[in-house]
Design a protein around this ligand. Structure first.
Ligand code: PMP
Length: 352
């Protein structure tokens, strides 16, 4: 009998994909995935957990939605929870289809999911300051008629926010198309401006994506989509039943109440460290640092891949971005001690 090869029957658009970088590189200091460096452990919550595991979780995740709604002073009916915001990006593309439009370089999942679902994608290059190319985006909206536009602000991996005016013009143009603009605010908690929540009341084609992953709970997998009820009720049609498990719902709800002050302190600490790390990085000869409003910093060095490998050899893992931005590396803000060690090793590598 011939050997069965599943690759023969894979859909064409999946053939061209490779899995999201999921490889684990052992390291002493992990600054590659934009996680929080501060430990939040299951034991912080588990002592009071008495949850029946023989029952399915609340399919509506009501308590968690209400806890989030209270924080943002909006109604829980304007919130949908996902198994990470990745899942919500998937649901949005599955629901509204394509074409999908987004600026690049940006978070890879918009393109990966569009391709795996089999919808067309259009990419608009950021300008030399990594701001959005408003004219090109607006042209693409008018000519290609995307159904969904994803804008990550602050943007991963560049770290900057985009001009609010430009985004508002894009949302306005998209509304007439009609298309939905999703502002991905995964890094909003580290940002000095207020983001797009205040504009939700002005635009019914605007949705906002947020996540608990970057503020200390990446292990839980909780993302949330904020938007008007009509938009959410369409996306709810493709949501898998019980997409957020019972422990996740419980812990996330608890974290938002009794641990929220601690989460906020961690965020303040990360922002303080980001500012310090930025300053220190820019003092190192041969390093070009880009402004950041997130919990990571993009920088350039000559022979970046070589520098990346040498950092790994010293037990420090950051992200090599050179395949998207020439000579670029992205470092997540760690604890004070981790950042110090990273700066010391980088300085040594660059001969400082
Ligand atoms: N959006 C952006 C811009 C991101 O950088 C990430 C994570 N790298 C995500 C969404 C996904 O976050 P989550 O862990 O909530 O799936």
């Amino acid at each position: 009998m011939n050997k069965f090869n599943p690759a023969f029957i894979v859909r064409e658009n999946i053939k061209k994909l490779s899995p999201y970088q999921a490889k684990e590189i052992p390291c002493k200091i992990k600054l590659d995935a934009n996680e929080s460096p501060f430990p939040v452990k299951l034991s912080d919550f588990i002592s009071e957990v008495n949850i029946p595991l023989n029952r399915y979780p609340d399919p509506e995740a009501l308590k968690l939605r209400k806890a989030l709604a209270k924080k943002m002073k909006i109604s829980y009916t304007n919130i949908m929870i996902g198994n990470g915001s990745d899942e919500l990006i998937y649901y949005l593309i599955l629901t509204f289809g394509g074409p999908v439009l987004y600026p690049i370089p940006t978070f890879a999942m918009y393109g990966i999911i569009a391709q795996s679902v089999g919808v067309k994608k259009f990419e608009s290059k950021l300008d030399s300051d990594f701001d959005i190319n408003e004219e090109e985006m607006i042209n693409l909206i008018k000519t290609e008629k995307p159904r969904l536009i994803f804008i990550s602000s602050p943007n991963n991996p560049t770290g900057n926010t985009f001009s609010t005016d430009k985004i508002l013009k894009i949302i306005d143009t998209a509304r007439k198309n009609p298309s939905i603009v999703v502002i991905d605010e995964a890094y909003q908690p580290f940002c000095s401006d207020r983001g797009f929540l205040p504009f939700l009341k002005d635009f019914d084609n605007l949705a906002i994506l947020r996540t608990l992953s970057k503020i200390g709970l990446a292990g839980l997998r909780v993302g949330y989509l904020i938007g008007n009820e009509n938009l959410l009720s369409e996306a709810n049609k493709v949501r898998l039943p019980y997409n957020v498990d019972v422990l996740t719902q419980y812990i996330a709800t608890a974290a938002l109440s009794k641990f929220y002050a601690q989460i906020k302190n961690f965020i303040t600490e990360i922002v303080k460290e980001r500012i310090r790390l930025q300053k220190e990085l820019s003092k190192i000869k041969g390093v070009t640092v880009f402004p950041s409003e997130a919990n990571f910093i993009l920088f350039k060095v000559k022979n970046s891949q070589n520098v990346y490998t040498k950092l790994i050899k010293s037990g420090i893992l950051i992200r090599d971005m050179s395949s998207t931005i020439k000579n670029a590396l992205r470092v997540t803000v760690g604890t004070k001690e981790e950042n110090k060690e990273f700066l010391k090793v980088l300085n040594n590598i660059l001969g400082g």
